[in-house]
Design a binder for this molecule. Structure first.
Ligand SMILES: [Fe+2]
Ligand SMILES: [Fe+2]
Length: 196
């Protein structure tokens, strides 16, 4: 392939041995997927939306399992920082669950998607500002890499790009609802952290 290589979620060639870089890249992937859902229609929009739902579910679950517990312990004022982030995540997850079963061509889909986008982006900015920057200052490269490994285990469950021939409606249905994906993500993350 002659095209320039752009790192994306699930890409092992990307530099992602630092949990903060990895999560910030996922924030970028999430932004790109919102763009894709907005710019497309019909089957293409449906598929892009499925990828967005999966990445959001996997991303937030991994944060809740890996970086929030660390921030709570290690950052000054960490308890409050994490409580605020969890409240934002809870709100975003509720909107996500409501949108998940929706027909992406429904006239009420786009206004709800835009609301979700606004909430998710404000949340991501707050994480980057109040949590991620401080995480990097509070630990060493070994721990950043250990946390990154757990995030990567989660990320493997959420491809951000279409895989021709795989992304059929049937394949998407087989993935099950968001709640089940979050459970599987939790298990994968805990395994990667050696917790079970
Ligand atoms: Fe989050
Ligand atoms: Fe995040």
């Amino acid at each position: 392939m002659s095209e320039l290589h752009t790192p994306h979620a699930g890409d092992d060639r990307a530099k992602d041995d630092d949990v903060v870089s990895l999560l910030m890249r996922q924030h970028g992937d999430i932004r790109n997927l919102f763009d894709e859902v907005e710019a497309t229609g019909g089957e293409e929009r449906r598929n892009a939306f499925r990828r967005l739902v999966r990445l959001l579910a996997v991303h937030e679950t991994a944060e809740e399992e890996v970086v929030h517990p660390f921030a709570r312990r290690a950052l000054p004022g960490g308890e409050q920082v994490v409580e605020d982030r969890l409240a934002e995540e809870k709100a975003a997850k509720e909107t996500l669950a409501a949108l998940d079963g929706m027909d992406t061509d429904d006239p009420t889909f786009m206004p709800r998607l835009l609301q979700l986008r606004k909430d998710v982006q404000e949340h991501a900015r707050a994480e980057e500002r109040y949590e991620f920057t401080h995480i990097r200052r509070s630990t060493d490269a070994t721990n950043l890499a250990a946390m990154a490994k757990a995030i990567k285990a989660a990320e493997a469950m959420a491809p951000t790009r279409p895989h021709p021939g795989v992304e059929s409606g049937a394949a998407n249905m087989a993935l099950g609802p968001v709640a089940a994906l979050m459970d599987r993500t939790k298990d994968a993350v805990r395994r990667a952290m050696g917790k079970d």
